[in-house]
Design a protein around this ligand. Structure first.
Ligand code: MN
Length: 242
């Protein structure tokens, strides 16, 4: 059964027009991996967010602008705070709530770029406000290699090819339940996997922009959609029982 995958919206951060927007590379990657993508509108209404997850089988946290320091370092010095850009606290609150709720309900979560950062903040970690050497304007250039932990499930899925790098923030203190499974050569964290969840992966690079350059990277999306389709089956059994 094809899983319904909720994609968070990039709107309000990178665009002057606030609305539900998401670069088509994300939805195309999900569709090509067997999922049905749906973009969620911006809201921080908990009842609505719970209903989104009730009707979806997987949660994709997409890329975008910075997470507000308010959610991980409320007393950050002004000098560091000045490096944080284009904050949208509605999006932050929405994604943090969705991530925590999805984890509690056993819904698969994949975080990309900003998404790995949101995942870390949602589970109690912190961020580095600015890492300019990882911020390449072209997201389809292979910029750096990765050093993988040998037991990484992400590595087992996609192999060890170099990756793109279009982030200016990165993970600092890692949340207690997350395991770092890949680093760049300079030590910047590039992938995490939740230690107990069935499927909760985050990557700092942009796999959705590498599908042509590195075809095996699609397996990140097929693994995510396969985990989500198991939930889709459960969801359909639940609704037919009503
Ligand atoms: Mn990087």
């Amino acid at each position: 059964m094809k899983p319904l995958i909720a994609l968070t919206s990039e709107a309000g951060t990178l665009s002057a027009k606030r609305g539900a927007f998401c670069q088509s590379a994300y939805s195309e990657a999900i569709a090509s991996a067997g999922g049905i993508p749906v973009i969620l509108p911006l809201t921080r209404e908990p009842a609505t967010l719970r209903q989104f997850l009730h009707r979806c089988d997987g949660l994709l946290l997409t890329g975008g602008a910075d997470v507000s320091h308010k959610f991980y370092a409320p007393r950050m010095p002004a000098r560091e705070r000045a490096l944080i850009r284009d904050v949208d606290e509605v999006r932050d609150e929405m994604e943090i709530f969705l991530t925590r709720t999805a984890l509690r309900r056993g819904i698969p979560v994949l975080g990309i770029c900003r998404g790995i950062q949101v995942m870390n903040v949602a589970f109690g970690g912190t961020l580095l406000p600015d890492v300019p050497r990882h911020s390449h304007p072209q997201p389809d250039i292979l910029l750096h290699k990765l050093r993988w932990e040998s037991a990484s499930k992400i590595r087992a899925a996609i192999g060890e090819s170099p990756v793109n790098s279009s982030h200016h923030q990165a993970l600092a203190k890692v949340a207690p339940r997350l395991r770092v499974t890949a680093w760049a050569e300079d030590g910047i964290i590039e992938a995490v996997e939740h230690s107990t969840a069935q499927f909760c992966w985050g990557v700092q690079f942009h796999p959705e922009r590498l599908l042509k350059v590195t075809p095996q990277i699609r397996r990140l999306f097929t693994a995510f959609c396969a985990a989500s389709s198991r939930r889709a089956v459960l969801r359909s059994q639940r609704s037919s029982a009503v």
